[in-house]
Design a protein around this ligand. Sequence first.
Ligand code: CL4
Ligand code: MG
Length: 214
Amino acid sequence: TRSTRPQRLLRAVQKKAIKGDPQSVISTIDYFCRHSEWAMNVGDEKGAILDSVVCEVSPSTALELGTYCGYSTVRIARLLPPGTKLITLEFNPDYAAVARQIIEYSGLQDKICLVEGASGDLIPKMQELFGIKTFDFVFLDHWKDRYLPDTKLLEECQLLRKGSILLADNVICPGTPDYLEYVRNSPRYESKYFKSHLEYTKVEDGLEKSVFLG
Ligand SMILES: Nc1ncnc2c1ncn2[C@@H]1O[C@H](/C=C/CNC(=O)c2cc([N+](=O)[O-])cc(O)c2O)[C@@H](O)[C@H]1O
Ligand SMILES: [Mg+2]
């Protein structure tokens, strides 16, 4: 049967990127998505905003919802201080398998813990599975109708503390209207929109950065 797009993206990384060099893995994926096949990675333009927020927060504990091929996983993990872990959740086993190989190729496997499963099931287990008390940083990039329920679940499980940062992709395209309305109107969040473009296109999109106020 024909290969999948994530498998073709992985093949491009294995063929063109320098093993053990996260930046070259990132550049190879961006080149592939711009010149061969578009894929739903956060991309280079929004990726630079993601990088600046990760560097500013310099999180000790970080969570990513929706690994897909691991592009943003590698982007985030390459900036984390030694000894910190990025936990990334992915419920599609085929995507998880590709992501594991891309993460390994980048050499960042020691900073990343990819957990296969649905965020709704796994978030309540973060304390017992990983001894996580709270997350300093959460990157939301999974199904857009899960952003709001999972944010409420993070609150209920007391996984957010005063100052925890939520960074959400695609708040304009495809759009996450219920999530935006919540973080922009709830007194428990201070929210800011970073205008950008949908990955590899000229369509408007952006990231919403929301600080949990406790
Ligand atoms: N509850 C859950 N638990 C664990 N993993 C889950 C999950 N829900 C979804 N996932 C995984 O997260 C990824 C989904 C991303 C949706 N993004 C998108 O749909 C998307 C679309 C466009 N677009 O259409 O232009 C652009 C973008 O940047 C996008 O992120 C997939 O790998 C999926 O398997
Ligand atoms: Mg996205």
